[in-house]
Design a binder for this molecule. Structure first.
Ligand code: DC
Length: 257
């Protein structure tokens, strides 16, 4: 499916809305679910599962900021760790973000100008520059317009930092996720150790707290809990508990909306 909008060309895939056996049936009524929160809270993991269960579109908005960052790195727009603002603004029209359904993971992979970059955007080099790119006003306008277009027909779960406050202030269900920084760092540490990566716990913890501070204090769309967002502190919750908690909120909202 190709969606042409004033926001630019948005490429999605028919599978985005595919219904899978065993999913929760909430009737025809579709809502928008905004999941915001701190780094490394497991937002995408839970949001992805909820979308799958409901047969909704799942969009990881952080992946979109990461894809633009990858473009900047490849185009030589990051010099000595600084983004060339004018250069990026000139090239913004050349950046097409799309999603492609991955038959193996059963989730959408992000594409940059037609190339699947799902793995590449997770690399350290991208992680090191993405906060800077995500703080640029023109980049945010460019991506927010595309995100809003994706939610036009509802039936979407989007996770990020400004989804309930800027992208979908009208979302029927807003969840704001948080967890104790040491617990988030421990989860990240365990994940990396499981991948045989050499890591230092204190370094991970300081990276997480630095990113929190940066996201909360930037001028453009800082990370903030929307007034009508429900807080989910998952410090002592399993994934299954979080999933059931959110699903119960969804059912409640669908019934009452
Ligand atoms: O969720 P993540 O770590 O993949 O996000 C990557 C970066 O993008 C992070 O610095 C926060 C930023 N981001 C944002 O500013 N707004 C969003 N809606 C999503 C992510």
């Amino acid at each position: 499916m190709l969606v042409n909008s004033p926001a630019g060309r948005i490429e999605t895939n028919d599978y985005l809305c595919s219904k899978e056996p065993g999913m929760t049936d909430l009737g025809e009524k579709k809502i928008i679910i905004a999941v915001d929160g701190y780094s490394s809270c497991g937002k995408s993991t839970v949001a992805k599962e909820i979308a799958k269960q409901l047969g909704y579109i799942f969009i990881d908005s952080g992946a979109m900021y990461r894809a633009v960052t990858l473009y900047c790195l490849r185009a030589g727009l990051v010099v000595d760790g600084r983004v060339n603002l004018n250069g990026l603004e000139e090239k913004l029209d050349l950046i097409h973000i799309g999603f492609d359904f991955n038959e193996i993971t059963r989730h959408n992979d992000i594409c940059l100008n037609g190339e699947n970059v799902e793995q590449e955007i997770r690399q350290l080099e991208v992680a090191q520059s993405v906060s800077q790119v995500a703080a640029i006003a023109v980049v945010r306008r460019f991506l927010v317009a595309q995100q809003q277009e994706m939610g036009r027909s509802k039936g979407i779960v989007m996770d990020g930092r400004d989804i309930g406050t800027v992208v979908f202030p009208q979302a029927e269900l807003k969840i704001f996720m948080t967890a104790d920084p040491r617990i988030r760092a421990q989860r990240r540490y365990d994940e990396m150790v499981a991948k045989n990566e050499e890591v230092d716990f204190e370094e991970i913890l300081s990276n997480i707290t630095a990113r929190d501070r940066f996201d909360e204090n930037r001028e453009e769309s800082p990370l903030r809990r929307a007034e009508d967002a429900i807080l989910l502190d998952n410090s002592h919750m399993t994934r299954e508990e979080q999933f059931s908690w959110i699903l119960a909120k969804v059912e409640e909202k669908v019934k009452n909306s």
